[in-house]
Write a protein that binds this ligand. Structure first.
Ligand code: FAD
Length: 466
């Protein structure tokens, strides 16, 4: 009899709850990853940095497991079929997984659990992605929190060292057959620019980034985190997404370093996992149902201009080009461009959410949905009504010298700092002299912010009435 660990978004061999439990079971442990065609077939492009990231991370995981006497079995097919089949083939007594909070994943896991059960095989699920999950933190009235600050206070109050202690298990691996891992081509995908971007996948890439952040920038995170031109944040999101490092290790270090602001961000991550898990309707509709009354504009050309970074608002355009080029966008800019889509262009936040889901290397349904609903004011936000970001003042405040803007919009290189946030305000003759003619070299503003703001106030008025 064997134990089978099914890896999903936890691509590491250390501090891993399901693996630790499987090893502790006393059974020889097999490990599997399934390239799930239910997920891969739905991806809009056959060039996807995330598939490459996963594949490279699996190579590292396989080597690490082989060095410990095991190895990784990799399958390509429908996970709901592959996992029960493999479990039967190897004679598994139980399958061990780390819990996932997305509606589709919960559905998949319930189905796998049912199919395994029919074969007399148990499915054991563990908390691994989050520090607290499900109903572990509840309000005094016994309900899930829907506002961050009280949730955070409860999170901090409940936290004890056991909650972020590493998960280790002593036991023995079952040797994996000496099969080569599939190639990107086998999976039907083409290489993209991951290597060119210098994004290093896997446990090694995670360790490198984390050491750099922990020993250097973590202390200055609070001061620098809002400025996209500065290397102020951790860039760990893709690694947290694929579990190439453990949240418990990050939380332990954040506490040791007294890095309160950064710890806050990790708590936001837990918060949004919990929100999606407890309120799955948010994946489709407004978290606050009264916001479903809003009527958005159908404006395909506006959406395309936003997606391609051609709105004429330099900070928005530079941010979108950063996303398109690298699959990552700075958090301040995610807020700015999301607000711009729903509150300046009047376009449904779900269209922006979908575009982010396609483009982001770190795409995570809970954080992405939480971020978009926050931007659309339909989500978990303590603000009594709603805010409308001004894309020009955001730009002046967070990229005062236009350094970030110029990095992604070289056509504006020569525009003086004073005008970089709203280049259409340069007089026509001065535009000619600079060689940056608005409408020729760079688009004019797609909307007038003041007018758009009025339209948004009117659009959102239905919410108050509901
Ligand atoms: P750091 O600032 O170093 O933060 C450390 C970690 O904390 C991040 O890696 C992330 O795991 C977590 N974190 C930080 N902020 C948040 C947050 N607001 N919500 C949840 N977790 C957070 N983050 C994603 O991981 N995936 C997404 O798909 C995603 N979509 C977003 C969409 C919108 C509209 C907005 C406003 C935010 C979104 N975020 C998302 C949150 C945040 O922007 C990114 O986590 C962050 O920019 C990643 O960079 P970093 O790793 O350097 O973060």
């Amino acid at each position: 009899e064997k134990a089978l660990v099914w890896f999903r978004r936890d691509l590491r061999d250390h501090d891993h709850a399901a693996l630790a439990a499987a090893l502790s079971s006393g059974l020889p442990v097999h490990c599997v990853f399934v390239f799930d065609t239910d997920i891969l077939d739905a991806l809009p492009s056959r060039t996807d940095r995330r598939v490459e990231f996963i594949l490279d991370s699996l190579r590292q995981l396989d080597s690490a497991l082989r060095a410990r006497g095991g190895g990784l079995i990799v399958r390509h097919g429908r996970a709901v079929e592959e996992v029960p089949r493999l479990a039967r083939e190897i004679g598994a007594r139980a399958v061990f997984v780390n819990r996932d909070y997305e509606p589709a994943a919960k559905h998949r896991d319930a189905e796998v659990g049912r199919l395994l059960g029919e074969q007399g095989i148990a499915l054991h699920e563990f908390k691994d992605q989050a520090i607290f999950e499900r109903d572990e933190l509840l309000t005094g009235a016994g309900r899930p929190y829907t506002v961050f600050t009280p949730y955070k206070n409860a999170w901090l109050k409940r936290l004890s060292s056991a909650d972020h202690a590493p998960c280790h298990g002593n036991g023995q691996f079952a040797p994996a057959p000496a099969e080569a891992l599939p190639t990107l081509d086998d999976l039907g995908f083409h290489p993209g620019n991951l290597g060119e971007l210098g994004i290093e996948p896997g446990m090694a890439g995670a360790r490198k980034l984390w050491d750099e952040f922990r020993t250097g920038r973590i202390q200055r995170y609070g001061a620098l985190r809002d400025f996209p031109a500065i290397k102020g944040v951790s860039y760990l999101s893709v690694h947290l997404r694929f579990g190439t490092l453990s949240i418990r290790e990050l939380v332990s270090a954040a506490l040791a370093e007294q890095a309160e602001t950064w710890l806050n961000e990790l708590i936001w991550r837990d918060f949004y996992f919990m929100i999606l898990d407890r309120f799955p309707h948010a994946a489709e509709r407004a978290f606050k149902p009264e916001y479903d009354a809003i009527r958005w504009d159908e404006w395909p050309a506006g959406l395309a201009a936003w997606q391609q970074g051609r709105t004429g608002y330099p900070l928005v355009d530079a941010a979108m080009r950063q996303l398109n080029h690298s699959g990552w966008m700075h958090n301040r800019l995610r807020m700015v461009v999301a607000s711009f889509l729903c509150k300046d262009l009047g376009i449904d936040w779900r269209l922006g959410e979908r575009y982010f889901a396609e483009q982001l290397n770190d795409f995570d349904l809970s954080a992405n949905n939480g971020g978009w609903q926050w931007a659309a004011s339909s989500g978990c936000d303590a603000q009594p009504y709603f805010r409308i970001f001004n894309p020009i003042t955001q730009s002046e405040k967070f990229d005062p010298e236009g350094k970030f803007i110029r990095r992604y919009l070289p056509e504006l290189a020569k525009v003086p700092n004073k005008y970089i946030h709203a280049p259409w305000t340069i007089g026509r003759l001065a535009q000619e002299a600079l060689g940056v003619v608005i409408g020729r070299d760079y688009p004019g503003p797609i909307v007038d912010h003041a007018t758009a703001r009025e339209k948004t106030l009117a659009r959102y008025a239905v919410v108050k009435k509901a």
